[in-house]
Design a protein around this ligand. Structure first.
Ligand code: AMP
Length: 175
């Protein structure tokens, strides 16, 4: 099936000029959801991933399903202030200002093999911050997988330049 056809585009959301790629229409399509999870997991079936890490919030949906598929654990990376225990944190640039990602300090042991999952990679700033958090914990990030790539924004290269292989399932031109 063509996964791209299951993703809805909302022009000018959340602000003028942004083409918002709405993945909820893929999630509610049962063949689309299961195909996306299988294709995200497939390259890592024999990789002995210790934990899949999902980025809040849509990365939780795909990340948890991929973790189940790979028989690995799941660890959430969240926006600052949501996790109750001690955390590692990393700030990152937004278009206006900065934000902070956090992960529980005891979630991952040094040397664990991690697969990072999110719904979409645009500039790569969010995934870069997540990888930095993971490296603070001593994790080995063996890959990052996204349903959607916006190649014009250069995120894949940013992440590959950090030494992390990237897989994506569909691509859209533009922002
Ligand atoms: P970035 O840090 O620039 O790679 O942005 C990635 C994050 O922002 C992901 O968590 C996406 O969910 C969200 N995002 C960025 N651009 C879009 C877009 N055009 N449509 C939907 N989500 C987006």
């Amino acid at each position: 099936m063509n996964l791209k056809d299951t993703i809805r585009t909302i022009p000018d959301f959340p602000k003028p000029g942004i083409m918002f790629r709405d993945i909820t229409t893929l999630m509610t399509n049962r063949r689309g959801f299961s195909e996306a999870v299988i294709r995200l997991s497939a390259p890592y079936q024999d990789a002995f991933v210790d934990n899949v890490v999902g980025i809040e919030a849509r990365g939780f949906v795909f990340g948890a399903a991929v973790a189940y598929e790979l028989n690995s654990g799941f660890v959430p990376v969240r926006k600052k202030g949501k996790l109750p225990f001690d955390t590692y944190e990393q700030d990152y640039e937004l278009e206006y200002g900065t934000d902070v990602l956090e992960m529980h300090a005891d979630a991952i042991r040094k040397g664990e093999k991690i697969l990072l999952i999110d719904d979409l990679i645009a500039t790569g700033g969010t995934a870069e911050a997540a990888i930095k958090v993971l490296r603070k914990a001593g994790a080995v990030v063996i890959g990052a997988a996204f349903v959607i790539d916006l190649p014009d924004l250069g995120g894949r290269k940013k992440i590959e330049d950090m030494g992390v292989p990237v897989t994506t399932l569909v691509a859209f031109d533009g922002h």
